[in-house]
Design a protein around this ligand. Structure first.
Ligand code: SF4
Length: 715
């Protein structure tokens, strides 16, 4: 038996795993006791990775050869790699020639490795001349990115997991950490057991399993977080709990913020947010006066049409109380996916460039063009996730390349996304799994390697870069994602008659070294780090030349990466949800994760035992809402929004408030069918969700849609 160290491919905790293999079979997995993200622990998903690897092959869920569809609706047939990549290059080239580079788009994934991301980004922005590169990480953390940049000056989470052990107060907001980041949650439980005086505040519309650990639960009404945070600051100011010395020395803009929060009186906040006034005072006191307060936040803040403001308003609290830049304190955004952070590092978003550079900055564009050896990088911002599919639905984007993600299930407003995939002239889907809903729309399917087969790096929530290693060879003729992108890029170079040596890579390490050079002098500088050091142990950034270790915490000296070195208070405004509930659509629908499933279930759905926790989809409702509608557990209901409708069983849950509904995000067409408002077949909860998005981050409001719920008539 061989043992290979790697990283779990599921969530942003980024646990180290040791893969056990015999020949070309993965036979087991255990937690890596030396990995600082998990010290040997794994959750139910991580500990069953080896079983999903073999189940995917035996259940014929893996895509093992390139497949070509003569026309939409036909069964795809096998083809060879040269034919496939030549065809892709011919089609993309023809569209670029006729309609310009912005007529094509690349939609990537936080599951891709940093090296994969780097090549795609360079291919689109450096070679083809379009910034139409975005990713499902847009649905996951772009509001956190924008919030950090707005206030602290850089997209750099200032904390590390060890802060959990130093915090005196942990404020968990918009995160069901117990399900979404289980190993981190276990660490919080242990820290709490070791330090019983620690206070834990949990704030979420749903009283999830995470609330079990809380000393104080704040049942915030959906979308009202900015009002809550402003209200807490109002109380802190009134009670004299802020830190004027910290504010004066290290920040700017406090007076403008004070003017905004003046209106957010405890009475108004209590009424808007649905939280008792005395609980607001308790939360404000614990947050402000504890020696060290750590906030952990995730999609509940990010997936919102006011997501950037939510994120910034929370960071305001940390700045006002000096709760940042010391052990156990700071605003710590948790990333949903294993490499959402790595994608940000290489600029794999429509508005970013390599190493946290901004597309809007002419000097940054010139630096990246020089680094890549190309004449220029286009300045026109690319289409973000929702915009990209809207543009394809409108006929503006004509070719789509989708890698390692399943937008036909995971994007909001499925009707529009499916219209986009139907209308696009050419759709390439680069995938490990043949079973995703998006595969049905592909003209060309390109088989990809996956966990246990790939080499490269990922970065977790605490800025820690870990190696991902191959334990077994690629099955069938599946290729590594970076290698497929390079093969396509080289063909495009020939067709575009470009002679630069842009894609001279034969290993992921060569790509990583180029990425490393791009970080020189930037906030995420890793020029002091080598692949060999990563082979030995995962490392946090920044890790500049001359450093002997990465930095666990940022801003400890009170200096921030802004022009004057000071953090900026953001006087953001509370804006209600994009689609408030009203008499015709009286329920607030929210979406979220289950403990044992991951994304669209292409991997976890291959394994029967992962259905033991929750075996089938359901819409959860408050028991009184069930009673009022004369519903029993298991009764089928239509859940309908302005965009579509699905049918599923109702289930009473005391986790929810009145007029709230919850449906897990994972269930796809196999489990949950539906129909659009115009009668087209759809599936999953995103038949209902809205594509309204945050104007700053462009992250869609997956956490709220107004719906009605009616008992289904049985035939
Ligand atoms: Fe994997 Fe996340 Fe579970 Fe760790 S906590 S084993 S990274 S799913």
């Amino acid at each position: 038996m061989k043992e290979t160290k790697s990283t779990c491919p599921y969530c942003g905790v980024g646990c180290g795993v040791i893969i056990q293999s015999e020949g070309d079979q993965i036979t087991g997995v255990r937690g890596d006791p030396e990995h600082p993200a998990n010290f040997g622990r794994l959750c139910t998903k991580g500990s069953t990775l080896h079983l999903t690897a073999s189940a995917a092959v035996t259940r014929r869920a893996r895509l093992l050869q390139p497949m070509l569809r003569a026309q939409r609706g036909d069964k795809p047939v096998h083809t060879d790699w040269d034919t496939a990549l030549d065809l892709a290059a011919d089609r993309f080239h023809a569209i670029v020639q006729e309609h310009g580079p912005d007529a094509v788009g690349f939609y990537l994934s936080g599951q891709l490795l940093t090296e994969d991301y780097y090549v795609f980004n360079k291919l689109a922005k450096g070679l083809l001349g379009t910034n139409n590169v975005d990713t499902n990480s847009r649905l996951c953390m772009s509001s956190a990115v924008a919030g950090y940049k707005m206030t602290l000056g850089a997209d750099a989470p200032p904390n590390c997991y060890d802060d959990v052990n130093h915090a005196d107060c942990i404020f968990i907001v918009g995160s069901n950490t117990a399900f979404a980041h289980p190993v981190l949650f276990r660490r919080i439980e242990e820290a709490r057991a070791a330090r019983p005086q620690m206070k834990i505040i949990f704030c979420d519309p749903r009283r999830t399993d995470t609330a079990e650990l809380a000393d104080l639960y704040l049942p915030v009404q959906p979308g009202t977080d900015v009002m809550l945070f402003h209200g807490l600051l109002h109380i802190m100011l009134w009670e004299g709990w802020t830190r004027p010395d910290y504010i004066a020395a290290h920040t700017t803009g406090f007076d403008a913020l004070k003017a905004v929060v003046r209106e957010c009186t405890p009475e108004r906040v209590a009424q808007t947010c649905g939280i008792a006034k005395e609980d607001l005072f308790t939360a404000a006191r614990w947050f402000a006066t504890s020696p060290a307060t750590l906030s952990l936040y995730c999609q509940g803040l990010n997936q919102s049409a006011n997501g950037t403001a939510k994120s910034a308003a929370l960071i305001n609290l940390h700045l006002a109380c000096g709760q940042i830049g010391k052990p156990g304190a700071g605003p710590f955004s948790l990333t949903g996916q294993p490499n959402a952070m790595g994608g940000r590092e290489v600029g794999g978003l429509a508005n970013l460039l390599s190493a946290h550079r901004d597309l809007a900055n002419p000097q940054h564009r010139a630096e990246v063009a020089a680094l890549w050896g190309v004449p220029s990088v286009p300045k026109q911002p690319g289409k973000t996730a929702v915009e990209m599919f809207q543009a394809a639905a409108d006929g503006e984007i004509r070719a789509l390349w989708i890698a390692c993600t399943n937008p036909a299930q995971s994007m909001p407003d499925q009707a529009t996304v499916r219209r986009a995939l139907q209308r696009a002239e050419f759709v390439v889907v680069q995938e490990a799994f043949a079973t995703t809903a998006t595969c049905e729309y592909a003209d060309l399917l390109l088989p990809a390697t996956t966990w246990g087969e790939k080499e490269g790096t990922v970065t977790n929530s605490e800025r820690r870069i870990s190696r991902v290693r191959a334990a077994v060879p690629a099955p069938g003729s599946a290729r590594h994602d970076w290698s497929t992108a390079v093969g396509f890029a080289r063909r495009m170079q020939v067709r575009l008659v470009r002679h630069e040596r842009l894609f001279d890579y034969s290993t992921p390490e060569q790509i990583w070294l180029e990425h490393r050079e791009s970080t020189r002098g930037r906030d995420l500088d890793i020029t002091g780090l080598s692949y060999a050091q990563l082979e030995a142990a995962p490392q946090q950034w920044p890790f500049p030349e001359g450093a002997t270790a990465g930095r666990a915490r940022l801003y400890e000296d009170g200096s921030f990466p802004t022009a004057d070195g000071k953090a900026r208070f953001a006087p953001v405004q509370y804006v209600p949800v994009a689609e408030p509930r009203e008499s015709r659509y009286p329920f607030s629908l929210t979406t979220g994760r289950l403990r044992d499933q991951w994304h669209g279930m292409s991997r976890t759905g291959t394994l029967g035992r992962l259905f033991g926790h929750v075996p089938e989809p359901a819409v959860q409702l408050h028991p009184q809402d069930m009673e009022r509608r004369q519903l029993q557990d298991g009764d089928l209901v239509h859940v309908t929004s302005r965009r579509g409708s699905i049918v599923l069983p109702a289930q009473a849950s005391t986790e929810l408030g009145l007029n709230q509904a919850f449906i897990a995000m994972h269930w796809g067409p196999e489990y949950l069918s539906g129909v659009s408002s115009t009668g087209e077949p759809l599936a999953g909860v995103n038949a209902l969700t809205t594509s309204a998005y945050c104007p700053s981050s462009k992250q869609p409001e997956l956490k709220h849609a107004a719906v009605k719920i009616l008992k289904a008539e049985l035939p």
